[in-house]
Design a protein around this ligand. Structure first.
Ligand code: UDP
Ligand code: MG
Length: 315
């Protein structure tokens, strides 16, 4: 085939790696088995996101055995999305696939994903049918998708996976967003293009727990909401307006009460304390929301690189 010639491969598969050492060899083998027949001209980009296990050694071994396996090692753990960005920046294929390295996304679906990607379809998303996933993951991601699609008025179906294929045109589109806090899930919906959904079974994790805890997933949800909408800020304004109206109404009531029955203040002390606490809570919440936007602006202004690479293999 290409035989070392610098011709770009037809397909780039990007998989971020963090604590996936036990599944890497099987991943590379199953990808090869799935693609050897119809799509042999591919590159499998394994991005070691500062994985604390011996993932890099495995990637080194695999890339020595098959020149299509390429390794990128980041200088530390940057997180899933910066690792994906590193893979995207290195990907040279006409068609790009994003998948997890933990074998929950079955490599056997690759031909179906790739052949669904045609001239009129730029993105093929997968909707996963869990064989048996952790319940909390399911509920949290379902609630998040419901809130997110409502708030941003996009139609993100629940059960959508990170496993997806798209054209180079889409990749170039994604890469043209220079933001530091990039999250590829929401961004891919944001950029548009024509897309389709296919159903895939999603396997259980074979090795170790998910690298996302409930809290980490929640903070991811908050981050994606904060970067694609100003609804929390606007909501806060409306609630503030409501409290203001209630306060005015209540002062009118107090004045009328005073005129009809005289001073009643001591009995209202509890209410007063409650009101103060309520207003305090609202103020703090508002500061928190505004603070999170200000922090995002600060991070963007710094224009830091999203990731740093220390080593590459077969590149
Ligand atoms: N991942 C990463 N950096 C991190 C955490 C996760 O690159 O700091 C990668 C991980 O290797 C995997 C993908 O992100 O390929 C999804 O992670 P995981 O399978 O733990 O999450 P889940 O599938 O449970 O959402
Ligand atoms: Mg996973």
């Amino acid at each position: 085939m290409t035989d070392g010639a610098p011709l770009p491969p037809r397909v780039s598969i990007v998989a971020p790696v963090y604590r996936n050492e036990p599944s890497l060899r099987e991943l590379a083998e199953r990808v090869a088995a799935a693609l050897d027949a119809d799509w042999p001209d591919y590159e499998l980009l394994l991005v070691d996101d500062g994985s604390p296990d011996h993932a890099w050694e495995v990637i080194q071994a695999l890339s020595g055995e098959d020149h299509r396996v390429k390794g990128i090692r980041l200088s530390r753990n940057f997180g899933q999305h910066p690792a994906i960005a590193a893979g995207f920046d290195a990907a040279r294929g006409e068609k790009i696939v994003l998948m997890d390295a933990d074998l929950q996304d079955r490599p056997e679906e690759l031909p179906r994903l790739l052949s669904s990607l045609r001239d009129d379809i730029d993105i093929v998303y997968t909707i996963k049918h869990d064989s048996e996933n952790s319940r909390s993951d399911n509920i949290t991601s379902r609630v998040f998708h419901a809130v997110f699609s409502r708030v941003t008025r996009s139609n993100v179906p629940s059960g959508i996976g990170t496993y997806r294929a798209f054209s180079r045109k889409v990749l170039e589109g994604l890469k043209s967003y220079p933001e530091y806090n990039v999250l590829y899930g929401p961004l891919m919906f944001y950029v548009g293009y024509t897309s389709m959904f296919i159903d895939v079974p999603r396997d259980d994790r074979k090795h170790g727990p998910s690298s996302y805890s409930f809290i980490r997933r929640l903070s991811l949800a908050v981050r994606s909401l904060a970067s694609y909408t100003d609804v929390p800020i606007r909501m806060f304004f409306s609630v503030g307006l409501f409290v203001l109206a209630a306060t005015i109404l209540y002062s009118v009531v107090i004045v009328i009460q005073y005129m009809m029955f005289g001073a009643l203040l001591p009995s209202g002390l509890t209410l007063l304390a409650l009101l103060i606490l309520f207003v305090l809570a609202m103020t703090l919440m508002g500061l928190g929301i505004i603070g999170s936007y200000v922090f995002r602006v600060y991070q963007e202004v710094l224009r830091r690189p999203r990731y740093l690479v220390t080593q590459t293999l077969n590149m």
